[in-house]
Design a protein. Sequence first.
Length: 223
Amino acid sequence: MDKQIPLIIATGNPGKVLEIEDLLNGFPIRIKSLADFGPIPEVEEDGETFEENAYKKASFTAKILGIPALADDSGLMVEALGGEPGVRSARYAGPDATDQERVAKLLKAMQGQTNRKAAFECVISIAVPSGPALTYEARCEGLIAEAPAGEKGFGYDPIFFYPPLNKTFGQMSLAEKRDVSHRGKALNELRQEMDKVLIWIRRHMPPEERYLYTRNTEDLNDC
């Protein structure tokens, strides 16, 4: 019997999938992304907060596909721009814009600004098909660089400068970013509680499906 719990990462962003796979490596989880399934309806990310959008994506995906789903909603908040682009970070330059176009628009908006303070925020939601969800969140503070630097990561990473390491996220290795980024911090918190999360998932699945989510450990056998 397959002892692994299937978990869908509810995103089409391969960079996010890679980061999450790296951080949850070693647990009895069989990670899948939306790319592993046929087309499903898109979720309209119209929430006013990261938490609303993360839950909406995770819950919708879990209900549609019938297995637990993990979604994150994250964004860049720039102090000089009144917190923009915020929850609309991915749509800042239009729904079909590239990462480069979003970065270019933000740098243009920051021309002449001496206050370069910014922060990335991330909220992670893990939902089961019946609706309940767990939430984890974290924040990373830094500065908006004058120009892009580095070719790693994705999104706004090349212009988010992190002073303690004297690097942008785009210049960091996966291991460096994992330890300091907003998503890395939230996932590390999740990782520390993953055994409890697996028990929670098993308890909240329909009774006829729970046998699929049994680990060969005393913790789960005693649930």
